[in-house]
Design a protein around this ligand. Structure first.
Ligand code: MSP
Length: 523
């Protein structure tokens, strides 16, 4: 079977990671871990976008070389991904020589097949911002505002990719492949944008203006436009064009490019499929785009320049990885925007993980130890317990369907339903009463066994979302995760089973005011 191949956007290395970066990587990690539980081979690629003007400018401000600057910021991403348990298989850093070689060979091939040409562009150019301006940058008065500084008319030679030659193909492809983008409404947006494509894509920058990039192999006075370079990471780091071409062919196409809504149009929805099409990839070899929404803070865009930031590193330091991973996956409906709130992070952790899941594990194991020294006996199941197990099985099936559709928030709700049902069984079956009545001994064994199996099912389902905590629960229960492969079941207790000692897995968290900056927050 083809490996499950998942990527994230590669993050700009001009500033340290923020909550949006963390959210995206956790999202991809959850889907990757889920597929591993399903028994699939997984290839999970993430990384950093190290070239471009932003990095060059930030490095200049600090008076250091761009590579040194990019390496330093890349370290802060690597260190956060380690803390957050991001289980990637390959790291894409675009200054890697293998990537550069692939970009250059793709450019050479495209030029040889007349997909690239050189032309002169004349237009308004902002000297301060070092970029050409279009009418979109004009203010309501029709003028370019003061933020652009001196604006001059400039003629500049550059290399262009024949994007316009692909526009008809792209429209046909989108119409015949309605599942190219998830969610659907994003595909509709993309279809509208694609119908307005005019002109070609400038894929070079003259070195005199921007030196920090991959040199064009056929014209050394130019470097490659950063998006043309960055998008190729999805294939170059999967083995394309190098000694791992066979592995690449097994992996490709990508099951999900996980990206934020801001980089769907035009980069991933227009440039990328057109680039692949020009390279010779067939319609069936196009990847799938999974587009997530944006996190805001107090309804405002998170932005370093306004100080409206949420720092994932500070949040982890205060509340731990489990609480942060759970909250981000739980509170954002896939594809929709969400507003960050530390109070909600605590609420989700303390109620759903602590009071519901943690409590279920704690009660179940304590009672099993107290009444049965950790080892309930085999007992036949009454109708209510049989129905309970069938309901658990149904929850597991729904969870799988929801996760396959990347509806993580819905899958978490399904897991919580399972937990709530098990807690309700504790209340209705009242094992503490059964324990006092010798006639009810078999019923007590059956109830405790059913609860242990429910707790294991819950820990299995939550494993991709909060892997450390779930592994600890399974350790306390004394069972492995249920395999989510093939014909699934709720399992049985093995011969000689004895549960472990319960200790709280989700200690109650108190508000610390961590990680948030901006208006109204402590500096
Ligand atoms: N370097 C490009 C991507 C190249 S992919 C070939 C880039 N980098 S970025 O650092 O600006 O953004 C990285 C990812 O983080 C993008 O998918 C972006 O949508 C996502 N997010 C940035 N801010 C975000 C939020 N506030 N909320 C959620 N995700 C956000 O774009």
């Amino acid at each position: 079977m083809k490996p499950f191949f998942i990527t994230t956007a590669i993050d700009y290395t001009n500033a340290p990671p923020h909550i949006g970066h963390a959210y995206e990587k956790i999202l991809a990690d959850v889907l990757a871990r889920f597929q591993r539980l399903r028994g699939r081979e997984v290839f999970f690629l993430t990384g950093v976008d190290q070239h471009g003007q932003k990095v060059q400018q930030s490095a200049e401000r600090e008076g250091i070389a761009p590579q040194e600057f990019a390496d330093r910021v890349s370290e802060s991403f690597l260190s956060l991904w380690k803390t957050l348990g991001i289980s990637y298989d390959a790291w894409a850093a675009t200054t890697d020589p293998l990537h550069k070689a692939d970009v250059q060979s793709i450019l050479t091939d495209l030029k040889e097949r007349d997909w690239l040409y050189k032309a002169t562009y004349s237009g308004h150019y902002s000297v301060r911002q070092e970029q050409f301006l279009t009418d979109k940058e004009r203010g309501p008065d029709g003028e370019f505002g003061p933020e652009w500084g001196e604006v001059v008319l400039l003629d500049e030679e550059n290399w262009y990719f024949r994007l316009s030659k692909c526009s008809e193909w792209l429209l046909g492809f989108l119409d015949s492949h309605p599942g190219f983008v998830t969610p659907d409404f994003r595909q509709t947006e993309l279809r509208n944008a694609a119908s307005k494509i005019t002109g070609d894509l400038c894929i070079s920058r003259p070195k005199i203006r921007l030196a920090w990039g991959i040199e064009l192999p056929f014209d050394p006075g130019f470097v490659t436009y950063v998006w043309f370079d960055a998008l190729i990471n999805y294939i170059s780091f999967a083995g394309h064009g190098g000694s791992e071409q066979a592995a690449f062919e097994r992996r490709w196409p990508c099951d999900h490019h996980v990206i934020g809504k801001d980089i769907l149009i035009p980069a991933h929805g227009v440039y990328w499929p057109c680039m692949l099409h020009a390279m010779g990839f067939s319609d069936e070899q196009m990847p799938h785009l999974l587009v997530h929404g944006f996190w805001s803070l107090r309804g405002e865009k998170v932005s370093k320049s306004t100080g409206n930031v949420v720092d994932p590193t500070a949040l982890v330091a205060s509340y731990g990885t489990t609480a942060l991973r759970y909250y981000l996956m739980r509170d954002a409906v896939m594809g929709r925007d969400a507003d960050f709130s530390e109070e909600r992070l605590l609420l989700r952790h303390n109620t759903e993980l602590g009071n519901s899941l943690g409590n279920l594990v704690n009660r179940t194991l304590s009672m099993t130890r107290r009444y049965r020294e950790g080892s309930p006996k085999q007992a036949s199941l009454s109708e209510d317990l049989l129905a309970h197990r069938v309901a658990d099985l149904e929850s597991m099936r729904s969870f799988i369907v929801q996760m396959e559709a990347a509806q993580i928030h819905a899958a978490i709700e399904t897991m919580i339903d399972l937990v709530n049902r098990a807690n309700a069984l504790v209340d209705t079956s009242a094992p503490w009463k059964l324990a006092k009545d010798p006639e009810q001994a078999a019923r007590l064994d059956a109830v405790l066994t059913t609860l242990i199996l429910s707790a294991r099912a819950a820990a299995t389902l939550v494993l991709p979302i909060v892997p450390e905590a779930a592994a600890e629960i399974l350790r306390q229960i004394g069972l492995e995760a249920l395999p989510l492969i093939g014909e699934i079941g709720v399992g049985e207790l093995p011969e000689g089973y004895c549960c472990g000692e319960p200790t709280p897995v989700f200690p109650r968290l108190e508000l610390q005011g961590a990680g948030e900056g901006g208006a109204g927050a402590a500096a």
